[in-house]
Design a protein around this ligand. Structure first.
Ligand code: 8YV
Length: 332
């Protein structure tokens, strides 16, 4: 590999949308996972002993132990996902294995869901919906003092990570009358700051202590693991809300739970968790939490677009070209 004659052997670890699988089977010698059961580490090792290309997802841990057993043909890991924290990038690079991802195509969907959580938690949307659904409740009608939440219009939103998704969140939030603040490793272009009327905070600590809502939108890398550490979470105002649609590992979840239970933070909207698929039951027990099962990018359109990106990356590679969405550890 790559040669133009031989179709590459592509192992796909999870069930993908039918249209994506059909096209993959036309183009490559594709091995699908028809029952969609996540592969064990041993099954992943087996898969990459013979594969030319592996297509994993966030549920596969492609770590050093797996990669060091890869067969000589494995040259590309075409991740079905934007985040690549499921892949040990350094080991892959040292073994000459390219890694690609699917940037851009899930930006708007993820930003929509972030906005949905920004609205849902302060306005108690999930609580209200659950009340109406519960057959034990008999709604007695409107009341002037029942189910009161907090207004978001005019409040300060602090975005941690002002990449594509962070900016898409900011655009939506601005339309809802929120004031945009952000922390990022690098300041974004002046015209973007102007468009979003965004205030840059070089100090994450200072930003956190002044925000009404904080949205986590940075990737999970070794540098962002527990970026919202116990110390930093304590800087949040007791009236503040935290929304995370990025990765659970960016937030010290134990400390978040402690603060929620102590009433030292007003609430959290979480689409991701530190130890997925395990979710700490204390989070689910809290009225202050809206928890979703990692579904921010879960639209049919988005998943088909992600598949299309995966196909383009593999096809370019198989034809001897540089795949467009190569991930370099230094980029993260
Ligand atoms: C994906 C995501 O569905 O792409 C990402 O980084 O977080 C998700 O929305 C998942 O990662 C697929 O591998």
């Amino acid at each position: 590999m790559p040669t133009s004659q031989k179709k590459p052997i592509v192992v796909v670890t999870r069930k993908l949308p039918d249209v994506v699988e059909t096209r993959m089977c036309e183009l490559f010698e594709t091995r699908l996972n028809m029952d969609d059961k996540p592969m064990s580490q041993a099954q992943l090792v087996d898969a990459i002993k013979t594969a030319d290309v592996l297509v994993p997802t966030v549920t596969d841990r492609i770590d050093r132990a797996v990669l060091t057993q890869a067969g000589p043909n494995l040259r590309l890991i075409a991740n079905f996902g934007t985040g690549v924290d499921n892949v040990d990038l350094d080991t892959a690079r040292n073994r000459g294995i390219l890694v690609t991802n699917t940037p851009g195509v899930l930006t708007e969907d993820t930003a929509d869901m972030t906005m949905a959580l920004i609205l849902s938690v302060p306005r108690r949307l999930a609580e209200g919906a659950a009340y109406m659904r519960d057959p034990d409740n008999k709604w007695s009608g409107w009341s002037p003092t029942w189910m009161l939440g907090h207004r978001i219009f005019g409040k300060r939103l602090g975005i941690v990570g002002m990449g594509r998704i962070g900016q898409a969140v900011a655009r939506r939030a601005k339309a809802f009358g929120l004031q945009i603040h952000y922390h990022n490793r690098r300041r974004v272009l002046e015209e973007i700051e102007e468009e979003l009327e965004a205030t840059y905070w070089e100090s994450l600590d200072q930003m956190l202590s002044r925000m009404d809502i904080v949205s986590v939108n940075c990737p999970h890398t070794p540098a962002t693991f527990h970026l919202l550490s116990a110390r930093r979470l304590k800087l949040l105002k007791p009236s503040a809300y935290l929304v995370n649609t990025a990765r659970g590992e960016v937030v010290d979840e134990n400390e978040l739970i402690r603060l929620l239970e102590a009433g030292s933070i007003a609430g959290a909207g979480l689409d991701v968790f530190e130890h997925e698929p395990a979710v700490n039951p204390r989070l689910l027990a809290s009225d202050r939490v809206v928890a979703l099962p990692h579904m921010s990018s879960a639209t049919i359109e988005g998943r088909v677009d992600m598949g299309e990106k995966v196909i383009i990356n593999i096809k370019a590679f198989a034809d001897g070209h540089a795949p467009p969405d190569r991930v370099h550890p230094a980029m993260l």
